[in-house]
Design a protein around this ligand. Structure first.
Ligand SMILES: NC(=O)c1ccc[n+]([C@@H]2O[C@H](COP(=O)([O-])OP(=O)(O)OC[C@H]3O[C@@H](n4cnc5c(N)ncnc54)[C@H](O)[C@@H]3O)[C@@H](O)[C@H]2O)c1
Length: 419
């Protein structure tokens, strides 16, 4: 018997897709290479924020299973690839997982299967990297024997309003027939499906979205630095500008960018541009500007302590929220780490409060975790608001704290200084 969908890569992107497909009545199996992930999923345990253990248990009860046995791939009507696309140390794309997942699929590929790549990557990957592997190893031809498409993932972890189903899905096929087939598949799972000209346009759409945010956040970060020097509360200016009903979209400064979409993905595009012999200057500038923010936060923290006649060396600094965005537990590329690293290097005694994180390590140095926000904020020489988790904001405004550096423009008070 065939399986309607096999999801390859059962992480932040693959699991919500598998869940929504099961809810839509499809038969779904998962393929992964991580033994611990497979074992926990099969016993109904979730390893990602957006799915609870109950969600996973419901999926398992509905027939979902995770495996590293490639035999499952041979049974699939549709295979969607959701594997990681990290950067190498030299910041060039690391397509190792995409290539190895594609090889597993190619070796099991049967006629009539639809293969979709969802991993974020540079334009041309589906056609130039995935297609040759599939065709050469299987002896089958894309657009004739099997269908091939790219559909960017738009998952926003922790977003309570927009999930997979109500976020429009862009789909671009290798041929118009491939697009049609992919649109028909995603229409079973997602409310609105947007067909686009081809795989490259769909790949570029994702990088356009990420780069657009990256550049605009960096613009706000640069403006925050000189607004402070000019004595301007940039958040108040953003609020005022946001009243314009057209031509303006609000972005906000912060302590630095984290996660995957903003600091990592645009590198895929600048890499592709560099192969043409020139640079994607906006991305590189955004990287540089936002990359400097953790150092700026540390310098501002030092200045604040100095104004209270305290040296950073020996002062206690409490970081509120150490994940890369609010209300999730994901620490990937979190700016809290480089901030803590700089504070520690200056001799501060750094602790953290974060109900989403049990341990927080910085270069082998485990920070002390505070459990009582009130007590810890009153005991610290300086409190730095890094992430606006709901429970942190519920305890605001930290009147009892000596000094508060607010990197999010979310607090007011005589002891608060905004970035
Ligand atoms: N997390 C997000 O918010 C988000 C949003 C949009 C796009 N993306 C993109 O989606 C892709 C996946 O990201 P993620 O956050 O889900 O990653 P993840 O690390 O959470 O999960 C990826 C999974 O793929 C598995 N894997 C690795 N190599 C494999 C292989 N060869 N075969 C089978 N499985 C393999 C891993 O074991 C892991 O379970 C990336 O390209 C990312 O840029 C992520």
């Amino acid at each position: 018997m065939s399986t309607e969908l096999v999801v390859v890569g059962l992480g932040y992107v693959g699991m919500p897709l598998a869940q929504e497909a099961i809810r839509s009545g499809l038969s779904v199996q998962g393929f992964d290479v991580a033994a611990s992930t497979i074992a926990s999923l099969n016993t109904g345990q979730s390893h990602i924020d957006d799915l609870s253990d109950t969600d996973v248990a419901e999926m398992v009860n509905a027939g979902f299973g995770a495996t590293d046995d490639p035999a499952v791939l041979a049974q699939a009507d549709v295979i969607v690839i959701c594997v990681p696309t990290p950067l190498r140390d030299d910041t060039t794309p690391d397509l190792g997982a995409v290539e190895s997942a594609t090889m597993s699929i190619a070796d099991a590929l049967t006629k009539g299967t639809l293969v979709v790549l969802e991993s974020t990557t540079y334009p041309g990957t589906t056609d130039d990297v995935v297609r040759p592997i599939l065709e050469e190893r299987s002896g089958l031809q894309a657009g004739i024997d099997f269908s091939l498409a790219y559909s960017p993932e738009r998952i926003d972890p922790g977003n309570p309003t927009f999930g997979l189903r109500n976020t429009p899905k862009v789909v671009g096929g290798f041929t118009p027939e491939c697009t049609k087939r992919a649109v028909a598949f995603y229409s079973k799972v997602v409310d609105t499906v947007i067909p686009t000209a081809g795989t490259r346009e769909a790949e570029m759409a994702k990088l356009l979205e990420n780069t657009y945010r990256h550049v605009n956040i960096a613009l706000m970060n640069e403006m925050a630095v000189f607004s402070h020097d000019l004595g301007i509360d940039l958040w108040a200016s953003i609020e005022a500008a946001s009243t314009k009903p057209f031509g303006f979209q609000a972005f906000y400064p912060g302590p630095g960018v984290g996660g995957h979409c903003i600091p990592i993905d645009p590198n895929y595009l600048s890499y592709a541009v560099r192969t043409l012999g020139y640079q994607f200057r906006f991305v590189e500038l955004a990287q540089e500007v936002s990359g400097r923010m953790p150092a700026y936060v540390a310098a501002r923290a030092q200045t604040m302590l100095n104004s209270a006649k305290k040296p950073m060396n020996g002062s206690s600094v409490l970081l509120l929220g150490v994940t890369y965005k609010a209300n999730i537990s994901d620490e990937r590329e979190t700016p809290a780490r480089p901030i803590a690293k700089r504070l520690i290097a200056m001799g501060a005694d750094v602790s953290f409060f974060d109900s989403h994180v049990s341990e927080f390590e910085v270069d082998g140095h485990e920070l002390t975790k505070a459990f009582d926000l009130g007590v810890a904020s009153e005991a610290a020489d300086l409190v730095i608001l890094v992430q606006t988790h709901d429970d942190i904001m519920a305890a605001a405004p930290f009147d009892g704290a000596a000094q508060v550096l607010d990197t999010r423009g979310a607090l007011n008070g005589p002891n608060v200084e905004r970035l």
